[in-house]
Design a protein around this ligand. Structure first.
Ligand SMILES: [Ca+2]
Length: 341
């Protein structure tokens, strides 16, 4: 199978959009091996939806294994709910209010004179890839235009029901997981940054394949519960691919949600109140389940109770590769990679 056809590539690295970041060659500067970066940004995932965060029914062994090999951050937040502003803040490392984005404001431009996380990593020599939902910036500010060299193609279909190129049915989350494994396989020999932002588990989830629902204890899982299991399987595909290429220790992985759970559609905010839809002034509208792993730098199996936020993932990645932040982010600090110590 020709995996290349599943991704659309820019002509050359750095061919589109430029940043204000000075030329910097980390490899020449330090001679150290550079870690790969992966962000797993799950749509509408509630703080109580994962086994490692206390859910009693949904089995999430792969995500739980991530937590076991790194840090579970129990006081982690987004700064701008819901979907679009949350993604803008993540990708720019800025409070989106700095460029006029308060509330949803879908389609509002992100700054052209400030590098996105994708542009920052691309300009550091990384191969950058994006899979799934973008929902950032204006027309002309898509993932290709704003730093991602490989962007997974959208499969035909609606919601979670999609078609493979041969016309056969595929559940979208399964396809997204395949894309992750493909991206790692293709780029295993050089440093990469993968931004995985699946449509899952955005509500209202209705058509989860029965075999996922059957994996809930008792076999009577809801469509939402089954969808979380499917995301866990996709994460499992990523982890297997990293293991196959012996990259586990050299990869910094963040997993989190873009905003709180939609409890009306089956998500869990436990042990907090609030979430998406109703009660957006309460805790779980902005409190997310975050896991950060990097075996070379973060102790295994720790629970970190200090505050963390997705807005600081950018600065954390910069610190991990030793690249100075752009001037527009000089006030940001990285999440301590020695979490818990
Ligand atoms: Ca969302």
């Amino acid at each position: 199978m020709n995996h290349r056809r599943h991704f659309i590539k820019t002509a050359t690295a750095g061919a589109i959009a430029t940043s204000l970041v000075p030329e910097f060659n980390f490899a020449q500067e330090s001679g150290r091996k550079r870690p790969n970066m992966v962000i797993l940004f799950i749509d509408d995932l509630g703080v109580g939806d994962l086994g490692c965060f206390g859910h009693l029914r949904i089995p999430t062994p792969h995500i739980d294994s991530l937590a076991a090999r790194g840090a579970k951050c129990t006081m982690s937040y987004i700064t701008n709910p819901p979907c679009s502003p949350s993604r803008c803040s993540l990708m720019t490392g800025m409070y989106a209010q700095r460029y006029g984005k308060s509330g949803m404001a879908r389609g509002l431009p992100i700054p052209e004179d400030h590098p996105t996380m994708g542009e920052f990593m691309r300009d550091a020599g990384y191969t950058t890839g994006q899979i799934g939902k973008w929902d950032i910036g204006a027309v002309g500010q898509g993932p290709h235009e704003r730093g991602f060299m490989e962007v997974a193609k959208n499969a035909l279909g609606q919601q979670y029901d999609r078609e493979r190129e041969d016309g056969s049915y595929v559940y979208l989350t399964d396809l997204d997981g395949d894309y992750m494994a493909e991206f790692v396989e293709r780029n295993a020999e050089k440093p990469f940054f993968l931004y995985f932002s699946p449509f899952a588990v955005h509500s209202n989830v209705k058509n989860t394949p029965q075999h996922y629902r059957d994996r809930i204890p008792g076999g009577d899982g809801t469509a939402y519960e089954g969808a979380v299991v499917a995301v866990d399987d996709a994460v499992g595909k990523l982890l297997k691919s990293l293991e196959t290429h012996e990259l586990e220790n050299d990869t910094l992985i963040f997993l989190t949600g873009d905003n709180g759970a939609n409890r009306a559609h089956g998500g869990s905010s436990e042990p907090y109140r609030g979430g998406k839809g109703k009660d957006t002034q309460q805790e779980d509208w902005v409190h997310t389940p975050t896991i950060i792993t990097w075996p070379k730098a973060i102790p295994a199996g720790i629970t970190y109770e200090g505050k963390t936020a997705t807005i600081d993932f950018y600065a954390t990645m910069a610190a991990a590769i030793g690249k100075p932040l752009p001037p527009s982010l000089r006030q940001r600090k990285p999440i301590a990679l020695s979490l818990g110590r």
